[in-house]
Ligand binder design. Structure first.
Ligand SMILES: Cc1cc2nc3c(=O)[nH]c(=O)nc-3n(C[C@H](O)[C@H](O)[C@H](O)COP(=O)(O)OP(=O)(O)OC[C@H]3O[C@@H](n4cnc5c(N)ncnc54)[C@H](O)[C@@H]3O)c2cc1C
Length: 355
């Protein structure tokens, strides 16, 4: 276990803002976590989990411990009989450490001939956070491929094992985002993957890209997804950002119809499971509110994708927060809709960091 006081988080957040952790703790296995759970000083500290920091905005220094997984094993742990699956193909169970970089894991599964995750290529994440956020893209969500999650509760000192259903995956959410789970650390995830390629081309941009191709291979799908992502999203190294800053809002049918009267082509999705609410595109709302490509000082909305807020050079997380508040305000004024951040904010503006 690596424990470092007063540790710079500059390289551990994709907004590249400056912040320090009172303690940086990188753990290598569950034994490290068991030691922490018994440590009297650690008990007095608040702590957060941090993977790549691709969904985190530090508003100031963090007074407490920042826990970072360095569990990086990848192993095949079993096969589920073909008679148990709908398409008579056996599923392979791949157990991976929470500290593995998500896209490296996706590449590795495809190279080993285990398929399913290709549409989720290129998402900057650690495996642990991929579960917490239920990352999704191009018509696919990670929760769909999960067999089991192993975690450690630093509050109770207990090991937890949850199946996908228990994890309550939803739109960019899971059980791990609820307050009862804020002392829980994910250590391993077991995925159920198939050896039979089943390309998922439900997402329009992907279907169009493969028009005329009968059965693209998982590797071809991965490359296409990476190409499309590269053409739409800013590169973190050039334009520090955390992907979508806000969630797509759910609005009532009545609200949707009032907007549709003014904009007949307002992008929207009907909610599954008979939910009467309608999901709107946050990017479209921000664009209509006049913020596409708009920049104030060192922060702005990316011109090609206004849902992405870019840090053009400030070392201060709070400047990014202030800009995001302006975007929220503009959308509220224009449409009466409250945007909810997808990005996690850590620290407060007033106490120099403590959560
Ligand atoms: C350029 C760019 C593009 C993106 N595109 C997408 C996209 O297409 N789809 C999408 O869904 N997201 C996307 N994102 C958002 C981001 O990739 C995801 O939110 C991802 O899950 C962040 O992973 P992370 O390791 O960086 O998380 P962090 O920011 O480090 O943490 C995120 C959350 O996970 C928790 N966490 C981290 N590790 C653990 C652990 N071991 N145990 C328990 N909790 C843990 C943290 O407490 C926090 O709540 C994008 C981000 C960027 C920068």
């Amino acid at each position: 276990m690596e424990i470092i006081p007063s540790y710079s988080l500059l390289e551990h957040n994709t907004f590249r803002v400056e912040a320090k952790a009172q303690w940086w703790i990188a753990y290598r296995d569950i034994e490290d976590l068991k030691k922490l759970a018994k440590d009297e000083y650690f008990e007095t500290l608040s702590f957060i989990n941090l993977g790549l920091g691709a969904n985190t905005l530090f508003l100031g220094d963090y007074k407490g411990a920042v826990l970072h997984s360095q569990i990086t094993s990848i192993e095949e742990v079993g096969v589920i009989d073909s008679s148990m699956s709908s398409d008579s193909t056996p599923s392979h169970l791949i157990r991976v450490g929470s500290g593995v970089v998500w896209d490296e894991f996706v590449a590795e599964t495809i190279a080993r001939g285990f398929y399913g995750l290709e549409n989720l290529s290129g998402i900057p994440a650690s495996v642990g956070a991929a579960i917490v956020q239920n990352i999704g893209a191009y018509g696919s969500e990670v929760g769909h491929y999960v067999e089991e999650i192993e975690a450690f509760d630093l509050g109770t000192g207990k090991v937890l094992r949850l199946c996908a259903e228990e994890a309550q995956f939803g739109y960019r959410s899971s059980l791990f985002k609820t307050p009862q789970y804020d002392k829980v650390v994910i250590t391993h995830v077991t995925f159920r993957l198939s050896t039979k390629p089943q390309p998922n081309l439900t997402y329009r941009a992907l279907a169009e890209a493969f028009e005329g191709v009968v059965a693209p291979t998982p590797l071809e799908v991965r490359h296409k997804v990476l190409t499309i992502r590269g053409s739409k999203l800013p590169k973190v190294e050039e334009y520090p950002n955390a992907g979508s800053f806000f969630k797509n809002p759910l609005v009532s049918q009545e609200k949707f119809e009032s907007i549709q009267k003014e904009f007949s082509s307002v992008p929207h999705w009907l909610s599954p499971n008979g939910d009467p609410n309608v999901k709107l595109s946050a990017a479209w709302l921000i664009d209509q509110a006049g913020y596409k490509g708009k920049r104030i000082g060192s922060v702005g909305c990316y011109p090609l994708q206004p849902l992405v807020i870019v840090n053009y050079g400030t070392p201060l997380g709070k400047e990014i927060l202030f800009f995001s508040e302006k975007v929220k305000h503009a959308v509220r004024e224009r449409f009466g809709i409250e945007l909810e951040p997808e990005v996690r904010m850590v620290g407060t503006l007033h106490d120099n960091g403590e959560k």
